[in-house]
Write a protein that binds this ligand. Sequence first.
Ligand SMILES: [Cu+2]
Length: 322
Amino acid sequence: MTVPAVASIPNVLDPRGPAAADIAVLWWVMFALGTAVFVAVTVLLIVSVVRRRTAPVAEDALAGEGFAGGSNVLMAVGGITLPAVVVVGLMAATVVTADRVATVGNPEEALVIDVTGHKFWWDVRYPDHDIRIANEVHIPVGQPVEIRVTSKDVIHSFWIPQLGGKIDMNPGHENTLRLVAHEPGAYRGLCTEYCGVQHARMHFIAVAHEPESFEEWLADHAEPPDQPDEEGAVAGREVFVGAGCAECHTVDGVSPLIDDYPDLTHFAERRTIAAGALDNNRGNLGGWILDPQGLKPGNRMPPANLTGEELQDLLDYLETLR
Ligand SMILES: [Cu+2]
């Protein structure tokens, strides 16, 4: 399975789905109108300053007679009619866009995905496929996905800028967001509701697969990973169970389902660790296991007290979780 590079900066103006494309169009309309209004007001301001300097002051204005006829028309058109048209037009465009974004894709065809926000990571489940992962949302290109979101602690907000709008994740309540991806790719998602010290490092990756590749992904992830047979990895599995990792982290077939912590069943396939904070490679992972609070202060993972050999074995084992 080829892994596309992940955009490090999600760009709302580079949409890869119909909802995001509608939002981008609205953005450009607002930008264009805002620019036009700014330019018009600036020109009028300059004209009025230049005129006042050069033209003699009218007698009637000095006498408090108010504006002359031409000024009244300018006031009525420029001060009332034009702003009213612009504001009402933008409101109409916003309502239409909001409706299109909310109703994108056919709900009957939608794949349901449950995403729960935690301080500071994402629990992702596929209820119809018995799959649970963390910090990545995999979706098929062209098929609508219905993302049902909630939170385990404080309010978070789910957003994949290149695919669509934002949705709040409220504790004890479920919101839904429907998305469609038009193009395969890996898109960065993020939390957009301030949720605590590591809010800025609460990212995830949305991976849009071609339909066949997505079917493969589903089949692959519905099965537990193969048990290791290599010596270091076998010893690493003992470290995983014995050193306390398995008390929080689920690995299907090795540790039980534990709700409130990231599932590591297919961990080696993840692109990042610590919810997008670091690339998933051996060096970063070793540093993360030994000093998670140094790398992401305030997360819930305690440091592991391991010898060098235990750490290397554990890394060998985690690399087998595919
Ligand atoms: Cu947040």
